[in-house]
Write a protein that binds this ligand. Structure first.
Ligand SMILES: O=C(O)CCC(=O)C(=O)O
Length: 305
């Protein structure tokens, strides 16, 4: 008989890093926001690299760059031009920047994740969501598990704030406790729309909470937490470096939405030869081909707009 890899996978070796109240908030409300997830130097380096990418985007008129599956790495919002660049997504920046790879693999964020769903943690994928000043990019309400279904629910999405997040610049909005209410369908009329049905919006909006925190903080989300965000109406940018981590014994039930050469890399602890299966039914995503989920959610890019 095959024994479980460990008796209590929630027992983390990172004692003292987070308070019991912070861990309890993640499990009870589905998210927790923590300060100083990266050092000041790491934050500066991330921001510097992003500024270079935004500058580079000025010379492009359509999505560009190439990920390992042939899709563009750099995704531009419709209306992008050289004077008002609207770079909105960079897919798997860790593959093209050592600064981003180091933060994704080594920053304190990963210790926070190990304290919540560890000790054994795998990297799945990463991305930067940029909302340039006064840009229309929004994020329709969804649960990340619907894009990255796994054999169990021990996943954590780490959203690192690269700018202060404010009510005006399109801050992340979460629905506390929604991770305990099951998966909400993202398929409508036979199509994977990547966001919830419009009729559910009012209820979720009423229950939503804005994540307002300074740059360098991280919001850690349970994979079934419902969340979204509005356009940036301010003169300031709003950028998030988002990494998806899983427990070592959680295995994908669908192809990665953002294939990358680091998928499955162990970032804390040890690999698992055992897949842990949670008893649940899981709605699977469509294997979409566009440059980012913004297009899946019906928002045109510079290539399609
Ligand atoms: O950028 C945001 O506001 C939310 C990001 C998000 O939900 C995602 O990329 O899955």
């Amino acid at each position: 008989m095959i024994e479980p890899l460990r008796q209590n996978p929630k027992e983390a070796s990172t004692s003292g890093l987070m308070t019991d109240a912070q861990k309890e908030q993640f499990h009870a409300e589905g998210y927790v926001t923590l300060p100083d997830a990266v050092t000041g130097e790491q934050l500066e380096a991330l921001r510097g690299q992003l500024a270079d990418w935004v500058a580079e985007s000025r010379s492009h008129t359509a999505n560009y760059g190439e990920c390992i599956d042939g899709r563009p790495r750099f995704d531009l919002e419709a209306g992008h031009n050289s004077t008002a660049p609207k770079l909105r997504r960079i897919n798997n920046p860790a593959e093209v920047s050592e600064t981003y790879r180091q933060v994704a693999f080594e920053a304190r964020t990963v210790d926070y994740v190990a304290a919540l769903i560890g000790p054994d943690i795998k990297f799945h994928h990463c991305k930067i969501n940029v909302k340039r000043p006064r840009s229309d990019t929004r994020v329709g309400y969804h649960q990340d598990f619907s894009y990255t279904p796994h054999t169990n629910l021990d996943l954590a999405e780490a959203l690192l704030l690269m700018d202060d997040m404010t009510p005006e610049n399109g801050c992340l909005r979460v629905i506390p406790g929604s991770h305990l209410e099951g998966q909400v369908s993202l398929w409508h009329g036979g199509r994977f729309t990547g966001e919830i049905e419009g009729s559910l919006l009012d209820d979720f909006e009423r229950r939503s909470k804005s994540i307002l925190a300074p740059a360098g903080s991280v919001c850690l989300m349970h994979p079934l937490l419902m969340h979204g965000s509005d356009p940036n109406r301010s003169p300031q940018p709003r950028s998030l470096f988002i990494c998806c981590y899983t427990a070592a014994d959680a295995f994908p039930l669908a192809p990665s939405p953002l294939p990358n050469r680091f998928e499955g890399a162990i970032v804390r602890g040890r690999a698992s030869p055992i897949a842990r299966l949670a008893e649940m039914s899981v709605e699977l995503p469509d294997n979409w081909k566009s440059a980012s989920f913004f297009e899946v959610q019906g928002q045109k890019s510079a290539s399609t707009g």
